[in-house]
Design a protein around this ligand. Structure first.
Ligand code: UDP
Ligand code: MG
Length: 318
């Protein structure tokens, strides 16, 4: 009987300093899992350093190294999608290049999926040690808000480090949306998930690609992609404001009847006007978020363009 194939998908953006370390570590881990065949699918997401050269070098020496190289930086979500689409494995793992997703967890994750009880094994970090405090704070807030405003469950500290079986991978690929928020997509497709917890590991080398603002924008993306609560705020606020103004009007009317009508209170009027104008702009901006996302979806552009690849029958535009 031929062995099952496990694909390990790794998105790489300027990962020159970490790739060697990851490759060594992966080899160590996979050598101990002789009952499987492996392929490593590296996606070079338009790196500006020598990432692609290193990948080509590895591929020349090692037949299980597959690489795909984008025509520019399309973002980690696009890289993940390209990897999942072109991975041939019976099981597929997704993992960061910087060793923050410890390869040593692989055997355990694979065992859970192979047991048949679970369709995928996912990981979450239970600590955020080594991370700026305010980033951790906002991350926690994000997960709390997401839990309230969406139907899907997104675990605090969930990583994009997973081992999935073929049916789950195929379902994820079938979701063709342009604005991809993987943490939501993984949860949306359902299936049985085994959660494995681990302590945060700091990047082995190189630096994070996420600035605070990039993370902030990503979190807005997550909310808009998986919840319509923000866009409903408009209706609720509108309703409440109407109620309040009717009551205020009645009050003013009665007061004028009883006490006459001294012209007073224009400063408070000015305050109310700016307040309402502010809310209107805020809500319009929120709706704009949905409109702009819809615009991108309607254009139906591909998620990525591959310029160079050693994967057989690569889907070059996907
Ligand atoms: N990454 C990518 N494209 C990007 C940004 C990041 O493919 O535009 C990859 C990166 O090479 C790494 C993973 O996504 O393998 C996670 O990035 P990073 O470690 O910088 O994020 P962090 O762990 O700090 O959240
Ligand atoms: Mg990282």
């Amino acid at each position: 009987m031929s062995k099952k194939l496990i694909s390990i998908v790794v998105p790489c953006y300027n990962e020159e300093p970490t790739l060697g370390i990851l490759y060594e570590e992966l080899n160590k881990v996979t050598a101990a899992m002789a009952e499987y065949d492996f392929e490593y699918v590296f996606i070079n997401d338009g790196s500006k350093d020598k990432t692609l050269d290193i990948l080509k070098e590895m591929a020349a020496k090692d037949g299980k190294v597959k690489y795909m190289s984008f025509s520019r930086n399309f973002g980690k979500e696009a890289a993940l999608l390209a990897g999942l689409k072109n991975a041939k494995g019976d099981l597929v793992a997704t993992m960061d290049a910087d060793m923050q997703d410890p390869p040593a967890l692989l055997p355990e994750m694979v065992a859970y999926v192979e047991s048949g009880e679970y369709d995928n094994a996912a990981t979450r970090r239970v600590s955020r040690k080594g991370e700026p405090i305010i980033r951790s704070f906002f991350a926690r807030m994000f997960y709390r808000v997401m839990r309230r405003i969406t139907d899907i469950e997104i675990m605090d500290g969930a990583r994009d480090y997973r081992v999935m079986n073929r049916p789950m991978v195929d379902s994820i690929i079938a979701l063709q949306e342009y604005n991809r928020f993987s943490k939501g997509i993984f949860s949306w497709v359902g299936f049985e998930t085994k959660w494995i917890e681990f302590e945060n590991v700091e990047r082995s080398a190189g630096e994070t690609k996420w600035s605070f603002w990039k993370l902030f924008r990503y979190s807005i993306e997550g909310m808009v992609s998986f919840s319509d609560a923000p866009i409903n705020i408009a209706s609720w606020l509108g309703l409440i404001m109407t109620g309040v103004s009717v009551i205020a009007l009645l009050f003013l009317f009665l007061r004028a009847l009883i006490f006459g009508d001294p012209v007073a209170g224009w400063p408070s009027l000015a305050c109310i006007m700016t307040f309402i104008a502010g809310i209107q702009l805020f809500v319009m901006g929120m709706m704009g978020q949905y409109v702009s996302k819809t615009y991108m979806e309607v254009k139906n552009r591909p998620h990525y363009i591959v310029k160079d690849s050693n994967v057989e029958d690569t889907e070059l535009i996907g």
